[in-house]
Design a protein around this ligand. Sequence first.
Ligand code: AR6
Length: 183
Amino acid sequence: MMEITLIQGDITEQSVDAVVNAANSSLLGGGGVDGAIHRRGGPEVLAACRALRASHYGKGLATGRAVATTAGRLPATWVIHTVGPVYAADRPERAELLASCYRESLRVADELGVRTLALPAVSAGIFGWPLHDAARIALTTVRDTPSGLTEARFVLFEERAYQAFDAVWRELGEGRGHGSMVD
Ligand code: AR6
């Protein structure tokens, strides 16, 4: 059984086994949640990302894929970096890449034995994905992807992002809006 929970807050403050980072393909940091994770995680996270670039990820991480590093000084064990697609109204096929970010993040989490996972709204900031649609893709994909997680905690930074996720969760018939049990 996995519980999906929604909270408004800062993902860098979550005491969980792993946090998902909305990175870019360089894996070398950026703004938004990526900047916050590198700031709070410290130089160990960047060093681990550089090591990935020097080994299996010479060309960077492809959109829709995920890879784990240490979480450095964050109150988590792992950071799972994923690269969301940039939103474009005339490229609806990119929704599949956004779903892939969540599926791949859960797959990597499973490989690490992660039980509690915090996730941001991938692509819904600098990459411009409309919030309601980003929330629908995020919630349905995580709900419908089998994993060993006990909790998938969506951590929404802004009030309007929390409201969008909460509204979609209710539209999906998932009860109280702030968390419910799914098989
Ligand atoms: N905790 C949780 N969510 C956050 C936090 C935080 N500390 N800070 C921001 N968010 P974004 P993207 C929310 O832009 O759209 C970077 O430069 C934010 O409000 O972080 O996938 C990368 O390097 C929004 O709802 O990620 C890439 O170049 C959500 O996180 C690019 O941005 C995602 O916004 C990725 O853009």
